[in-house]
Each structure stands twice: as structure tokens, then as C-alpha cells.
Design a protein around this ligand. Structure first.
Ligand SMILES: C[S@@+](CC[C@H](N)C(=O)[O-])C[C@H]1O[C@@H](n2cnc3c(N)ncnc32)[C@H](O)[C@@H]1O
Length: 316
């Protein structure tokens, strides 16, 4: 299978493409929702394999949608929308149920590599980090206006940053920070010298934490996934790709709840409360990209894929 990179991809290689296609290819005829269409790489590959399906796509980033619209055939309907409002988009499209759904969480290479979007600690640009350029909150407001304590809590919560307090203090002392170059340098100087030599760029965790907060990334995953499961037809399938432990924990917990169907029985004892789960997991553990993929596309390194199938409704 090709990686669907090159012309029209915006430079974004779809992650775990082979595994995503294998999980979604057997879905029943119907509609496949790509809830994070990005440059449309996964959708393009699925469309090649299943031209009988109808494809619809969401993204909160109008730049990504413009790339996807150029790449994908005109009959693929696309809409700018956050995925926690997917039911609203389905109503607008007059769609009741889905045969498949894909969530490829996080940022795309187009977003990371464009300094004007402000996601990159490697190139100077505005401290922005909004996936939707029309959203109210941008990273400059957090960096230049939040208190030291609030900043430190954000860095710990969304970045697992061990030097959160030092970084927050340095950021507040360096205000106003005017671009991502200044921000990255402020973080680098705040981190103890011995830590600067380990674990990649010292500003990586700070930029991740800011991006997650600006885009309210974690809060939307659970509700959106639950909604998507509700729209799936029996034997319809879903795939979620996540890129850090905070995302994957939410995906895992949401899927576990859907498997258990709200069961209240003690763990490891047979269920007697009558709860009925609505999905089964296609693999018990998260799948990871192979070594060859990680070598060819280092950004795939942290990917975890979870996939599931909607169960037929039991006769009452
Ligand atoms: C990793 S990229 C998807 C790449 C895509 N699968 C491809 O092959 O080209 C993630 C995309 O999801 C979008 N996104 C992230 N969070 C979103 C949300 N809550 N609602 C809608 N789109 C979101 C981002 O703007 C980005 O374009």
C-alpha cells in the first residue's frame, strides 16, 4: 500500500494507514465519517478500497479542509466543525447512521510545519496554536496573561512537565513574549542544564500543553466518541488514533464503558446487573506502528490505535 503522500497531501503522511484500512475495510455498506479529515490521506485510501461507501468529513481547521477538498472527489462532503458537534453535522447532512467512523486525533504536519500557525518550537512565528483560526483563545493570551500558578498547573496537567513551576516563573518574568522563538528560548533557559540534554527539545512539553489547552483537545474526545458509537449501525466499526497518554486514556475509558454497557457489578465477577454492552473491541490492547513506519515517519512514533465494532442489538 502506498503512503498517499506527495502531491495533494499537504506533506502529511497518514499514520498506521495499513492498520486503519484493515480495520475499516470490512464495514457494511453505508456512510463513513472521517471526524478529523486533515489532508484526507486516510479517507483517500479507504475510498480506493471501498468506492461503494459514501464519505463525509469534518475538521475544525479550514486550511485542512481546503487541502482535503482539492484532493478528494467532489462527492465527499466536508464541513468545518469540531467533532464533539458531529451529530449536528449529521443532521445537516440528513444522515441518521454510520457504517464507520475514524478519529485521527491531534495536529497534522501541515499545522506543525507552518510557522505562521505557531505550533512549532523550531521556527519563530506568532504564539497562536489555534486549529480553528476563528476560535477565541490563542496561546499568546495564556502565555502573556495567565498567573504563574495557573500556567504551572497547565504545564503539569497537559504536558507532564517536571519543571512546570520554573518554566511558568520564567515565562511570567519574560513578558511580553512576542513569538514562538522567544517562548521556546525562555523555556530552554528555565530548564536545568542536565534536563536539556534528555528527551528531545526542552520546549516540546510546554508547546504540547499550550496546544491542548488552546484547542480544548481532551474534553471533546469522550463525548464525541460516545456520540459516534451511538450512530453506528450493527457491525459498523470505529478507529481512534491517539498520540499521547492523556488522549489514549480517555479513548480507552470511553470504549471500556461502551463494552461494559454501564455494568455496576464488582470487577472480575460475572455480571448479574443486566447491563448490555454495545461494542466489542477488535484488539484488547492498543496497536502501535511498526518499526519501518516509525523510521520513515518519526511523527508516528507515539501513535496508538484502538478499534471496535458495534454489536447487533439483542432481541428483547
Ligand atoms: C492528525 S490530523 C488528521 C490527518 C488525516 N487523517 C490525514 O490522513 O490527512 C488531525 C486533524 O484533526 C483536526 N482536529 C483535531 N481536533 C479536532 C476536533 N476536536 N474537531 C475537529 N477536527 C479536529 C486537526 O485540525 C487536524 O487537521
Amino acid at each position: 500500500m502506498t503512503t498517499h503522500e506527495g502531491a495533494g497531501s499537504g506533506g502529511h503522511d497518514p499514520v498506521m494507514l495499513r492498520e486503519v484500512v484493515a480495520a475499516l475495510e470490512p464495514i457494511p455498506p453505508g456512510i463513513l465519517l472521517d471526524a478529523t479529515v486533515g489532508a484526507g490521506g486516510h479517507t483517500a485510501a479507504l475510498l480506493e478500497r471501498r468506492p461503494d461507501l459514501t464519505f463525509v468529513g469534518l475538521d475544525r481547521d479550514p486550511v485542512a479542509l481546503a487541502i482535503a477538498a482539492q484532493r478528494l472527489p467532489g462527492e465527499v462532503r466536508l464541513r468545518q466543525r469540531r467533532f464533539d458537534r458531529l451529530s449536528e453535522a449529521l443532521v445537516e447532512w440528513d444522515i441518521d447512521c454510520l457504517a464507520g467512523v475514524l478519529f485521527d486525533l491531534g495536529v497534522s504536519s501541515m499545522q506543525l510545519d507552518d510557522p505562521d500557525r505557531g505550533f512549532s518550537y523550531r521556527q519563530a512565528g506568532p504564539i497562536d496554536m489555534r486549529m480553528d483560526p476563528g476560535a477565541a483563545l490563542c496561546a499568546a493570551q495564556i502565555v502573556n496573561e495567565w498567573s504563574t500558578g495557573r500556567l504551572a498547573r497547565l504545564l503539569r496537567r497537559y504536558g507532564d512537565e517536571p519543571h512546570a513551576q520554573r518554566i511558568a516563573t520564567a515565562v511570567v518574568a519574560s513578558r511580553p513574549l512576542r513569538d514562538t522563538g522567544e517562548l521556546a528560548e525562555t523555556v530552554r533557559s528555565a530548564v536545568p542544564a542536565r534536563s536539556r540534554r534528555r528527551g528531545g527539545h526542552p520546549a516540546k512539553r510546554t508547546f504540547q500543553a499550550l496546544r491542548i489547552a488552546v484547542n480544548d483537545e481532551l474534553e471533546q474526545i469522550g463525548p464525541a466518541l460516545t456520540e459516534a458509537i451511538g450512530h453506528l449501525v450493527p457491525r459498523g466499526r470505529g478507529v481512534v488514533l491517539s498520540y499521547h497518554s492523556g488522549e489514549d486514556r480517555i479513548v480507552k475509558d470511553t470504549l471500556r464503558d461502551a463494552v461494559a454497557g454501564g455494568c455496576t457489578c464488582p470487577p472480575r465477577l460475572p455480571c448479574v446487573c443486566g447491563a448490555v454492552g454495545c461494542i466489542r473491541l477488535l484488539a484488547r490492547r492498543a496497536q502501535r506502528p511498526g518499526a519501518a513506519e516509525v523510521q520513515g515517519n518519526p511523527r508516528s512514533r507515539s501513535a496508538r490505535m484502538r478499534s471496535f465494532e458495534k454489536l447487533p442489538v439483542a432481541p428483547s
